[in-house]
Design a protein around this ligand. Structure first.
Ligand code: ATP
Ligand code: MG
Length: 592
């Protein structure tokens, strides 16, 4: 096994490291993680696609840049798509160009309008604007004509062979394929048959159209690829107008050319398709769009394919595409991620030429950093223990607490403080170990933005469990006007019992138990983490959260970052934990 480091991207004070490992120089994986390095320059070097674009602009090959983002509307977008979106839209933004949104809707069976709408919403939310909204299905007529042109040039033919026969004649990577007996059909016959296919004279699979390229090519993609197939299926946009549909390879490059896309960026699995992409463009003498490939982005502890995500939805491992544990954009949004944090994440990971798995902690780092700057601080107790301040008078007072010490523009709020409080049960111990700086008999702590208290007495239930604790407060220790001269180590969050409101809190953990579910034996769904959702049905929150808003972000002090869930109502508040305050998984791993 080989291990080495690479430094792909830098941001002002942090640097991402690429840890690469190769096994038998065959399988290779990259893990990207990040650490802090002081005084790094703000600039980052160009990625390889930017280099190509700059060269093309300098040489005059193109005057401007036109990219496209081409999702197939067969599911919701995931964070991997966000990488592609950032890259395509980012290039156009950087070089004063434009980006088209093109739905690659050539497969009527899996595509739905719901997904089209979801995809558009997600791209907008990420902060990008497309120049034009197009559909590959807009070009069905032109694509049909392109196939007719190829037939007329003797570069395409109708094949009656079954899919099994075609596969058998394809050969292997080391042996050439065999010509189909239908390869030599006349132009007239081919034109007639193709027209009949379109007219619906044949059943699914009875005939296909193939490009006549090279049955002996070492590149299997060039061994007379199928360009049209018969599918009697309803299409989400063209309805029942068509019963023949172009294959991806015949639709994609030609759609690029029709739109005059200059740089058609896709993922590495299309490298072997590139000669075919160029072949069609050359033979059809259309706009010379060019394809460039970069590595798919994968993330640890999740899967990144719409098809597999759909399985998780259908098999009810999650509540839907927007279940906050999913890696979809709609789920990340619901969970409280911000578009800024996702864009920052994409900047940090850069653009790779080989397949890689990014450590999800890097994504979590990005959202944590953003939320630390924007989240409003609030006090919420998840597992309450009652504290009675025996020397505090009846009634209550309001204490002031800053909304966000990281943001000068936010002010403070008032929180009711009274004789009866809740603190977190885990913040009290009857027999504490050394260095337990929270509450214990005879020990003092500060209550956030309020007073120093001391534990005087434990009141127990008949079964010996702790019912409540009695404390005394130091009136002269009030935050902001503290004349007590005392220094205490611990500061606890709390809520006033008579003023507290209840809320449901949903705590999410990783969706899978293993880093790379796809590389494990058996079905990836066997590795779903059974404990990825923990629900606290009644947490106690300070009353200001009654006015929580969907577009606000909160830090529940010492608990994590939270946002209001879409299931919330006036009667019932529900919060999602976006991310913990610290990287708890890194700690777990160290513990081993
Ligand atoms: P999936 O398997 O998730 O459906 P896909 O590639 O089939 O992925 P498309 O809708 O065809 O999904 O993808 C639209 C664009 O997004 C394509 O250009 C594709 O290459 C890119 N893309 C998809 N997944 C990733 C990923 N994980 N990382 C980077 N780009 C991706
Ligand atoms: Mg696809």
């Amino acid at each position: 096994m080989e291990l080495y480091f690479k430094l792909p991207t830098t941001t002002n004070s942090r640097i991402c490291f690429l840890l690469l490992y190769r096994v038998n120089s065959q399988v290779s994986k990259e893990f990207i993680f990040m650490t802090e390095v002081k005084n790094q320059p703000e600039e980052r070097s160009l990625n390889f696609i930017e280099e190509i674009v700059e060269e093309d602009l300098k040489s005059g090959k193109h005057e401007s840049v036109l990219t496209r983002f081409p999702p197939e509307p067969n599911g919701y977008l995931h964070i991997g798509h966000a990488k592609s979106i950032s890259l395509n839209f980012g290039l156009a933004l950087k070089y004063g160009g434009k980006t088209n949104l093109r739905f690659d809707d050539t497969n009527p069976v899996t595509e739905e309008t719901e997904y089209v709408d979801g995809i558009k919403e997600d791209i907008k939310w990420l902060g990008f604007t497309w120049a034009n909204e197009f559909y590959a299905s807009d070009y069905f007529e032109e694509l049909y004509e392109f196939a007719v042109t190829l037939i007329k040039e003797k570069l395409a033919y109708v094949d009656d062979s079954s899919s099994e026969e075609i596969a058998a004649m394809k050969g292997t990577p080391t042996e050439p394929g065999k010509d189909s007996p239908f390869r030599t059909r006349s132009i007239e016959e081919n034109l007639q048959l193709f027209a009949d296919m379109r007219a619906g004279k044949y059943k699914d699979g009875e005939k296909v159209v193939r490009a006549k390229v090279d049955m002996a090519s070492p590149n299997m993609q060039l061994r007379d690829p199928i360009i049209y197939r018969i599918k009697h299926a309803h299409h989400h946009r063209t309805g029942d107008k068509w019963c023949i549909y172009p294959m991806y390879d015949f639709a994609h490059g030609q759609s690029d050319a029709i739109e005059h896309i200059t740089h058609s960026i896709c993922t590495l699995e299309f490298v072997t398709h590139r000669p075919l992409y160029d072949w069609f463009i050359e033979k059809l003498k259309i706009f010379p769009s060019k394809q460039y490939e970069f590595a798919r982005m994968n993330l640890t502890y999740t899967v990144m394919s719409k098809r597999r995500l759909l399985q998780l939805v259908n098999d009810k491992h999650v509540s839907g595409w927007d279940d906050p544990r999913m890696p979809t954009i709609t789920a990340l949004r619901r969970r409280g991620y911000t578009p800024e944090s996702i864009r920052t994440f994409n900047e940090k990971i850069g653009v790779q030429k080989r397949d890689n798995i990014i450590d999800v902690s890097l994504l979590e780092f990005c959202i944590r950093e953003h939320l630390n700057r924007i989240a409003l601080r609030r006090l919420v107790v998840f597992d309450p223990l009652k504290v009675i301040l025996t020397n505090y008078p009846e009634g209550f007072e309001m204490v002031r607490s800053e909304n966000n010490p990281e943001d000068e523009n936010t002010d403070s709020r008032e929180i009711p403080f009274s004789r009866e409080l809740y603190i977190e049960r885990e913040d009290f111990m009857e027999n504490p170990p050394k260095k337990f700086f929270r509450l214990a008999p005879g020990q003092k702590v500060r209550l956030k933005s309020a007073y120093i208290i001391q534990c005087d007495e434990i009141i127990k239930e008949a079964d010996g469990s702790i019912k409540e604790i009695h404390c005394s407060y130091l009136p002269e220790s009030k935050s902001g006007a503290d004349t007590s001269g005392l220094k205490v180590q611990g500061t606890l969050h709390w809520v006033s019992v008579p003023h507290a409101i209840t809320a449901e809190v949903r705590l999410y953990d990783r969706l899978f138990r293993v880093e790379d579910p796809m590389s494990e034996e058996g079905d990836f769904k066997d590795y779903v983490n059974p404990d990825s959702l923990q629900t606290i049905s009644a947490a106690y929150a300070e009353p200001s959260l009654r006015n929580a808003k969907f577009d606000e972000r909160y830090q529940f002090l010492r608990k994590g970052y939270f946002c209001l869930d879409k299931d919330s109502s006036e009667e019932k508040l529900i919060f999602n934990r976006t991310v913990t305050l610290k990287d708890t998984w890194a700690k777990e791993k160290k513990k081993g």
